[in-house]
Design a protein around this ligand. Sequence first.
Ligand code: UDP
Ligand code: MG
Length: 316
Amino acid sequence: MDISVVIPLYNEEESIPELFAWIERVMQQHGFSHEVIFVDDGSTDGSWDAIVRLAGQSENVKAVKFRRNYGKSPALYTGFLKAEGDVVITMDADLQDSPDEIPGLYDMIVKDGYDLVSGWKKKRYDPLSKTIPTKLFNATARKVSGIKNLHDFNCGLKAYRRDVVKHIEVYGEMHRYIPYLAKNAGFTKIGEKVVHHQARKYGKTKFGLDRFVNGYLDLITLWFLSKFGVKPMHFFGLLGTLMFIVGFVAVIIVGVSKLWAMHHGMPYRLVTDSPYFYLALTTMLLGTQFFLTGFVGELIARNSAERNNYQIEKEI
Ligand code: UDP
Ligand code: MG
């Protein structure tokens, strides 16, 4: 099969029939064999009924419905498990992404050899309250992930070689960083294609402004995991040791300077009267804590099921 289209959706009943008809039209024009995988993320409107109707009319429909709303990432993850096409395309259900982009994306994967191609909504039809923070978000994501050529990490419209979706694990709200997940899994040929974007036709957005806060926190988590996930001691151990040494040296200085003053008959105070003593003490304590955190992290990493989960590309 050439293409799997994975569509996560949550309460998008009005858009579904229109989107499906459009996808079918494009596929027929280009002679692609394909499947459309709807993942209903616990919709409470008529979305599932609409999907069942489509499945009755067409053999290209596969669908899953969650019992409750889990989020876009779990929906994508589940769709990826089911996908059988050589190229997997994800798109939002709200008609903001255009199925007309599918052939172009397909060619970039198959002919140009990209692992992943992300859409770029260069001209976007969203409120300013969203587009401005998005620019900032993407600049940070570029910096942290080291994927310098992407302008729009969170674009719902993306294409993947099947291998990629079978070897990355999208969870929580990590759908914003799929290119980074792919890169960490060793898929480095990541491209971008400018895509058409439209204003939402039906319904309303499912994400509020908290998306930016959560997005940043997730980015920090990913950065940390990819850098120190399997070797926490390299971060906490170093930090802890340095802090401990600084504190220790400072305590010595505080003590010795008192002894020196006593010895030379100069006025002196109890070391506990000096603020430096407490600063030094705190630094030593924190240093020890960091060190132990690193050690506990190592013990956890040792037991993790992921610890020897490598991406083997070729074997003979
Ligand atoms: N979505 C989902 N589960 C959720 C939230 C959103 O499956 O919990 C789907 C939604 O139905 C749509 C896509 O994810 O197909 C993108 O959502 P939305 O259009 O609300 O996001 P925006 O375009 O505002 O970024
Ligand atoms: Mg949308």
